[in-house]
Design a protein around this ligand. Sequence first.
Ligand code: CAA
Length: 258
Amino acid sequence: MTDFETILLERKGRVGIITLNRPKALNALNSELMREVVSAVEELEKDSEIGAILITGSDRAFAAGADIKEMQPKSYMDVYLDDFFAAWDRLAAARKPTIAAVAGYALGGGCELAMLCDILIAADTAKFGQPEIKLGVIPGIGGSQRLTRAVGKAKAMELCLTGRNMDAEEAERAGLVSRIVPAADLLDEALQTATTIAEMSLPVAMMAKEAVNRSFETTLTEGVRFERRVFHSTFATEDQKEGMAAFVEKRPPVFKHR
Ligand code: CAA
């Protein structure tokens, strides 16, 4: 297992847990943290014992954004030539299900990191926002696109143009988060959800994720056609045989993740 400086990586059953760990900077996302999250995700993606990836922060902050102190001296050429932030696309490309468990601030890149995950579970203390405009920049890890798809144009425009935060209730009403839980229960609840997913057939969960994600990229007709083909391909898995046999035999399924 790799050693990290800015995150913690642990495994609980079939769930890999990445905890952002720069408490003094409210988990601001500097380049090292970005590299470490991506490397941890790659490690968990390769690990056949892992069926879901949970990303969380601290009680006070999931992440208060990209690291402003690191960004301040950068020039246009620095960020252009480095394709600054592009490494985060690796998280969006993860094939295993990802869950963000958010307490406290999820601002700027923090909100974007949470939105890069497949499911977003919020503590009642969570605060979401895209305050980049107050710094003279715009979101750079997909916020203008993913927030708009999640909450619609009106609210995304307001948040991106005014920089105001929304609390967990507003975020749930708007469709950004799947549910709100008391802050004290956040990790347990999120781990339970991650474990439920991780115990399903891994290839079928990956197919379900791919099918839902396709809806963001294509027309309804093409999306339904894609879903149908992927549905057909589930019949090539051992886990489809096992899942249906278990139902008929009135017993719980034992998935082999094949
Ligand atoms: N980058 C670097 N350091 C940060 C940071 C960030 N995004 N957010 C907080 N910190 C640091 C603070 O500088 C402070 O460090 P010092 O003790 O060394 O001064 C420490 O974390 C604690 O922060 P505060 O004292 O500010 O804590 P607070 O409780 O008073 O306020 C807060 C909390 C409202 C979240 C405030 O810290 C804040 O506004 N942070 C910046 C939020 C922001 O603008 N995020 C967007 C960043 S740009 C971006 O993300 C671009 C993109 O699209 C990827």
